[in-house]
Design a protein. Structure first.
Length: 170
């Protein structure tokens, strides 16, 4: 019974909800560096079809660090994904526009902020408050923090990429 209640709540556009999951693995063999894999995902929902999604992955073996943040109002959405490969220095920014054109992104983002502000109050536990990034993920996506060593090399290689896509549902 309780499972059905939570299932219905996640699709009910008149309720607030928050869900989160995370996984971490660690392995170390002999003198090799440890292998660490972390993944976190969270979704916040508010009345009116407002939804915010966060996903982050950090994989020491491949060097991949990725963060995705999605803002949704009913069937429209703007999802931004940043990737950084610590081994190659390659950075990538992808944007996915769901049921809208890229030219509508700014007005959608403004509308999303306005809708979310209705639920932000002076209460410290208000729903859809400004999200906190998982520790280390945001800094990791920005690349090395210190302006020395391989950061200049990465910039000189010009490996930054930006992509946009539009998706519509039928």
């Amino acid at each position: 019974e309780m499972h059905k209640t939570f299932e219905n709540m996640s699709t009910d556009s008149n309720s607030h909800s928050f869900s989160s999951s995370s996984v971490m693995t660690y392995s170390k063999v002999g003198n090799e560096p440890p292998k660490v894999f972390q993944a976190v995902s969270s979704t916040r929902r508010a009345p009116g079809g407002i939804k915010e999604t966060h996903q982050a992955v950090k994989d020491s073996e491949s060097g991949l660090q990725k963060m995705t943040i999605g803002h949704h109002i009913k069937d429209k959405g703007h999802v931004v994904e940043k990737k950084y490969n610590k081994r190659t220095g390659e950075k990538e920014l992808n944007q996915d526009f769901q049921n809208m054109d890229e030219s509508e992104a700014q007005s959608f983002d403004d509308e999303w902020q306005q809708e979310v502000s209705r639920f932000q109050s002076s209460h410290p536990t208000s729903c859809l408050r400004k999200p906190q990034s998982p520790v280390g993920f945001q800094a990791a996506l920005m690349g090395p923090e210190h302006p020395h060593g391989n950061q200049k090399k990465i910039e000189a290689q010009g490996k930054d990429k930006t992509k946009s896509s539009k998706r519509t549902s039928q």
